[in-house]
Design a protein around this ligand. Structure first.
Ligand SMILES: [Mg+2]
Ligand SMILES: [Zn+2]
Length: 249
């Protein structure tokens, strides 16, 4: 279930704090999960870029990152009128992408505990919607960029772009701040990449792998390493207990 952006396309603003209405008492724990390479087994966005563009897009990304820039700078340049249809893209997604097999169990655990779980992605709505629906998990709210198809061409829109850092297509920091605003007592972040740096730095408990883990180590951000959601699930209760102890000392 994609989260409605703060504008509804008709120039009318909605509240930034989207979940307060749905969750009157506000859960104490918010779990924010990155999608690509975290909720999904592999990075679906990179896979699609490789499939449709060859590997040249990586040079554009590397050049931007070397200049200290991030996705808000390079994504609009990469997603310029891709010649493809929605059907073709779904076919490639079905062929090459899947959700972490342990993720549904983790979702069930969060539901049972009453934790609020959402996906925060700097990727694309098309595969997040499709892959979650396949697992009957499309009730999970998410924010992401959006792929728009026009005359068999695709382009990107970033409805959640904000000035928080000015670097990300969808700065995920925004959802950590939304959790604080909704009186969350603990914000847990699960991620693996560059777009997870902003939110991980201000979350309470972090599960990290790959590039995000290296970033956390480099910046002295405490983080629990994980490989897949079976490990997140296993380590979650203790990580939360340790956090409660640390804040009540
Ligand atoms: Mg990722
Ligand atoms: Zn950011």
């Amino acid at each position: 279930m994609p989260v409605t952006p703060s504008w509804n396309g008709k120039g009318k603003r909605k509240s930034d704090n989207m979940f307060k209405r749905d969750l009157p008492n506000g859960p104490d724990v918010w779990v924010l999960c990155d999608f690509d390479g975290t909720t999904s087994v592999r990075d679906v966005q990179n896979m699609l870029l490789d499939h449709f563009l060859g590997e040249d897009w990586r040079k554009i990304v590397q050049a931007a990152l070397a200049q200290g820039k991030k996705s808000s700078e390079y994504m609009p340049r990469i997603y310029t009128d891709w010649r493809t249809t929605r059907e073709e893209m779904i076919r490639v997604i079905d062929e090459k992408a899947q959700i972490d097999p342990y993720f549904p169990e983790f979702v069930a655990y969060c539901q049972q505990k009453g934790y609020h779980l959402e996906i925060v992605s700097d990727g694309l709505d098309i595969y997040i919607n499709h892959l979650l629906a396949k697992e009957k998990l499309d009730f999970i709210p998410f924010t992401s960029n959006r792929l728009v198809f026009d005359n068999d061409k695709a382009r990107i829109e970033s409805p959640f772009q904000s000035d928080f850092c000015g670097l990300c297509g969808n700065c995920k920091k925004r959802r950590v701040l939304a959790a604080r605003k909704a009186d969350a007592q603990c914000v847990v972040y699960v991620g693996d990449g560059i777009s997870d740096e902003c939110p991980a730095a201000i979350s309470d408990v972090v599960f990290a792998k790959d590039r995000l883990l290296a970033y956390c180590q480099e910046h002295h951000i405490p983080a629990q390493p994980f490989v897949d959601f079976s490990q997140v699930l296993e380590a979650f209760p203790r990580a939360l207990d340790e956090y409660w102890v640390s804040v009540t000392k």
